[in-house]
Design a protein around this ligand. Structure first.
Ligand code: AKG
Length: 287
């Protein structure tokens, strides 16, 4: 996805409402961001992963798969949907990266999760430069099934993203639900209090949770080692950035020999060789 598209969306008046909602309420909803083909493919591919070993081990009562973007192309498409990316860039900066791409399905009979925040300790908004500092994590949660009060539509507390609240003392009336059709996306500030809800239907609820963070944070999944190299090389520059190849921690293999995982566009987050590396890029003959 061209950075230009994201920049133009950031200035698009139609997106302003979403950015204002993210600031004021800590979440926004984008309807119809997935096509019918993407919904069907994503459900089919997730169902395949749920037959792998240990799919129920992370959270009893649910099936979960992580590292989805190493699996099928449809999951890589879901990371590059321009309006969703514009919301995430608004929250986390243009260089944000993927923390973890997962599927979560509460099985029939699954109970409610407790209200919680994602990814980091709570930090209120600072008095200035809010978007340079917080949030550190943000979620884009895609509904693949119909999200209803019965099927386990996500619960959340509007405005809780910048308030130091006791998650065990939230009056039920302060909660809202992500009731939506398949294909909608709930983007939220990681500080927003939210939770999975009970599934009282006889059906599995399908959703993809694409969790992101600022480039300076440590992602849950080290995508630089989790995505097969042929997929990395066939991917767009945006995906390689999202997977963290442009903000790698270098290792010193031998004295003054600093290494990173070499793929197209790879960059270290700190250039130990300083000017020598810049000169070498400008004029490889000098190397
Ligand atoms: O699946 C959902 O509706 C939300 C799940 C969630 O918040 C979590 O697993 O942290």
């Amino acid at each position: 996805m061209a950075t230009d598209t994201i920049i133009s969306l950031k200035n698009d008046p139609a997106m302003r409402r979403h950015f204002e909602e993210l600031d004021e309420h800590g979440y926004t909803i984008l309807e119809d961001v997935l096509t019918g083909r993407q919904i069907d493919e994503a459900i089919r591919e997730i169902a395949v992963t749920y037959r792998e070993e240990r799919a129920a081990e992370h959270e009893p009562g649910t099936l979960r798969t992580h590292n989805l973007s190493a699996r099928a192309e449809v999951f890589r498409e879901m990371l590059q949907i321009p309006p969703v990316m514009a919301c995430l860039a608004y929250l986390l900066g243009d260089d944000y990266i993927l923390c973890d791409s997962g599927a979560r399905s509460p099985l029939p009979g699954m109970k409610a999760q407790g209200l919680h925040r994602d990814g980091d300790d709570f930090m209120p908004n600072p008095p200035y430069k809010v978007h340079a500092v917080v949030p550190t994590f943000a979620q884009s949660l895609f509904a693949l099934s119909e999200f209803t009060a019965e099927s386990g539509a996500t619960r959340f507390v509007p405005g809780s993203h910048n308030k130091d609240l006791d998650s065990t003392k939230i009056p039920p009336d302060d909660e809202r639900r992500f009731i939506c059709k398949p294909g909608a996306c709930l983007v939220y500030d990681g500080r927003l209090l939210h939770a999975g809800a009970p599934n009282t239907t006889g059906e599995i609820r399908y959703a993809v949770l694409n969790f992101h963070c600022r480039a300076r944070m440590k992602p849950f999944c080290d995508h630089t080692r989790s995505i097969p190299r042929d997929i990395v090389e066939a991917a767009s520059p945006t995906l390689r950035r999202l997977w963290g190849f442009e903000c790698q921690s270098a290792w010193e293999e031998s004295p003054r020999n600093y290494r990173i995982i070499e793929v197209t566009g790879a960059k270290p987050r700190f250039e130990y060789r300083g000017l020598a590396a810049i000169n070498e890029q400008e004029d490889p003959e000098k190397a």
